[in-house]
Write a protein that binds this ligand. Structure first.
Ligand code: PLP
Length: 386
């Protein structure tokens, strides 16, 4: 096969396909000169709420602030504990710590990379009451585009009186089976956090995010918290933040949302094509393909393999113009900034193993079959050279 360039993510072809739709809506914002909140934000909030199947959606300025604001809405404060996994993007845990609370880490299931409900149950059952009473919430992360195992998680949360905040930053559009029914990411917890960072499945032209919730009072409080805690202009009930979504990002999201499902479909087709090619390439000793749980709809924000000699493979692919990346190279319990929590190497073996073995391959919707074939060929070449 001739050499080729396969970027990990190329947003330009998607932009080309919608640029005729984008120009007029951005132009309209510029003509009106109303940039913060406004009708576009109200409209995308309504549409995202509808799309996810939640009662309210509140536009905020990033997925990170969606997490922070959700925790603020339930009054997380110093001394509180919030459960999540150490194998996630930094913001999941950063938001907890910024409020002075502490994360309680639970290791992941090695197949899905999401929090392991059995380990969660084990920990909740073994903790002394004094610590347990400090645990206020759990943040299940729907990592890489697949929902966490929500049925047992919601059950355990209910039993232990914990609020549930879904981190759905990578999984808008994904769904899973809950009590025999398909439920979308963003419709299962007390709150769910979405991100419109450009590399997410619904990416804007900058930072953006949203929180979904069914709770009326919480929605009101979140609307206030994102505006410095105002209830009326210059009267502050809460100590909030500047966390608003802006009109240009909302306009972009409005154009993109109707395409989201077809783009997810293309990601899934790409994933299936990879699987087909890998299954015929005799590499089962060398790599492990992503696993989709039964009853789960995976939207493949990332296509994650586990690879033998991962770092050498990554170098080889990069030398051959194949973009790839490691999400994430260091589990959060081992990060320098969290050393004060007192965790150490070996505490979360599955997260640590994932950090050492996983590699993200290109999966964006506009990827061509030829490009996928090239990626698989290069990976085969790498393992044949041994
Ligand atoms: C991207 C991401 C976030 C943060 O979203 P931003 O919009 O970049 O602030 C949070 N959690 C996870 C799992 C993410 O992937």
């Amino acid at each position: 096969m001739p050499t080729m360039k396969v970027p990990l993510l190329d947003l330009k072809p998607q932009y080309q396909s919608i640029r005729e739709e984008i120009f007029p809506v951005i132009n309209e914002v510029m003509e009106k000169q109303q940039f913060i909140l406004g009708p576009n934000v109200a409209e995308i909030e309504e549409k995202i709420a509808q799309y996810c199947g939640s009662k309210h959606a509140i536009g905020v300025n990033s997925g990170s602030d969606a997490l922070l604001l959700s925790l603020m809405a339930i009054n997380i404060k110093p001394g509180d504990i919030v459960i999540t996994t150490p194998y996630t993007f930094f913001a999941t845990v950063g938001s907890i710590c910024r409020l002075g609370a502490a994360p309680l880490f639970v290791d992941i299931n090695p197949d899905t990379f999401n929090i392991d409900p059995e380990k969660l149950s084990g920990i909740l059952n073994s903790l002394p009451g004094k610590i347990k009473s400090k645990i206020k919430a759990i943040i299940p992360v729907h990592l890489f585009g697949q929902c966490a195992d929500m049925e047992p998680i919601l059950c355990l949360a209910m039993k232990n009186n914990l609020k549930v905040i879904e981190d759905a930053a990578q999984s808008l559009g994904a769904s899973c089976t809950l009590n025999g029914q398909a439920k979308k990411a963003g419709s299962m917890g007390d709150f769910a956090c979405l991100s419109f960072f450009p590399s997410k499945n619904l990416g804007c032209f900058g930072d953006g995010g949203m929180i979904t919730t069914d709770i009326d009072e919480a929605a009101l409080k979140l609307r206030s918290l994102r505006m410095h805690g105002e209830t009326e202009k210059y009267y502050h009930r809460y100590i909030g933040i500047n966390g608003r979504l802006d009109a240009i990002q909302a306009a972009v999201a409005l154009v993109k949302l109707p395409h989201l499902d077809s783009w997810a479909e293309k990601r899934l087709e790409n994933a299936n094509y990879y699987k087909k090619l890998f299954n015929n390439s005799g590499l089962e000793e060398n790599i492990i393909l992503p696993y989709t749980k039964k009853g789960s709809c995976h939207v493949f924000n990332q296509f994650i393999i586990r690879a033998q000699r991962r770092d050498a493979l990554k170098n080889y692919l990069e030398q051959n113009n194949v973009g790839c990346a490691i999400y994430y190279p260091l589990s959060l319990h081992q990060q320098e900034c969290f050393s004060y929590l007192g965790y150490s190497e070996g505490d979360f073996p599955e997260s640590e193993k994932a950090a050492n073995e996983t590699l993200a391959l290109p999966i964006f919707p506009e990827l061509t079959k030829k490009q996928i074939e090239y990626v698989v060929e290069k990976i085969s070449d790498f393992y044949r050279m041994e």
